[in-house]
Design a protein around this ligand. Sequence first.
Ligand SMILES: Cc1ncc(COP(=O)(O)O)c(C=O)c1O
Length: 487
Amino acid sequence: MSFEARPTGDSDSRLATRFRYEELADFIAGLVESGTLPAGSRAPSLREISAQHRASLNTVVQAYKVLEDRGVLEVRPRSGYYVARMSAALPLPAPPRPPLHPTKVAVSGLMLQLLENASNEAYVPLGCAIPSARILASSKLDRILARTARVKGSLLNTYSPPRGELPLRMEIARRAMRFGQALSPDAIAVTCGCTEALALALDAVTEPGDAVAIESPTYFGLLQVLRMRGLRVVELPTDAETGVVVNALREVLVAGRVRACVLASSFQNPMGFTMSLENRREVLRLLATHRVPLIEDDVYGDIHFGKERPIPFSALDRHDNTIYCGSFSKTLAPGYRIGWVVPGRHMARVLESKLASTLATPVLAQTALAEFLSNGDYDRHLRRLRRQFADTLERMSRTIGQAFPPGTTVTRPEGNFVLWLELPKTVDTRALFVQALKKGVCFAPGVVFSASGRYAHCMRLSGGYGWDARIEKGLRTLGALAAEALR
Ligand SMILES: Cc1ncc(COP(=O)(O)O)c(C=O)c1O
């Protein structure tokens, strides 16, 4: 078999002749890189490329084989060539192994630095886990808020009832029904974001000094909420795909080490995992047996890339042992600060705590949100968001694969908009964080996701701002800094 070769004009004799199949391979790789051929799409047929580029079929076959070797294309039996999901080419992070004993929550000093810089537009925004204003596209909601203020403003300038505004609770209940949560609006209490929901839930079931089982790594805001309540934690090991290691939870429960357990419903921050239905049922069974309540955080449930929204723990729970927490911060309106809690038998305690924490949630924001939810725009909005985030994470993974040093692993979430990277152990992302800020890039260093200073070689990267040349450049800058750190 012979392949066409052509001169490239390069003076180096080794490079002077590039094979035609190499040119074709680079051409197709360029289409993938630019997103013209998205991940998972069918690659152009061999005959198409052969005719378009006046290349022999053999040459095109060779080009596709090269792309297959590079992990750009994959062959599906009896179906042909497809653009590979490049993230699959990078291995997944290994499960961490924290000790299963209660520890005090030590919060990294980098957390405040991260929070200060994460929303500073001067930095490439890979640190901040909220969608950008462009992606949230909230102008319709803003108009509703302005009209509501104009028409009913003086009526709404008051405290809302303890559970919050009924129209909003009705909308939340209506949506919850779709994923198997049969709720009466009176079972819901509106809160100031998911943060307050988590705090009220913890207040209802723990006392200062108690220990709480949490995922490791976990969302750093939760660590702060736990620390401010004088709660200790047991960090549970997690697997990047299957979530909390159920045997570890069993061991902790059998030893009677915790008073409560906080878990993500799905697409956990920062790892992105969703536990299987089977494991979720087993977790519920274990927790009920040991009379340890579950607090579930479902802020990312609506951002699923697959067809179905995962079913939250509370919808599977037959023991009234779950307190559900949610909010609109990740999908629609982080600035409105609207979340909710479904506390089950702990409602009275939750409302008492609410009285002492924020008393009431702003009525105007609740009313505008209820109207927005009632007119059906939210579902269209969510469909766009999911497509955008799936595409962004795919492109980010691909760029990470090219730009970060060998030995880097990255998660493959099926929802959410963040990626968790594990770098070779000698790379300290705390130092990298400082260097990256100097180069105009912000990301979340691994240590802020642990109560005990773990994950110094890890980082979380957010795709909340979508994909553009600035994000790509920021990723390549981080990759180069990581490679330099290794040297
Ligand atoms: C897992 C998780 N829970 C809760 C929150 C806080 O949500 P809210 O802004 O609604 O308080 C965040 C924000 O990053 C989060 O990632």
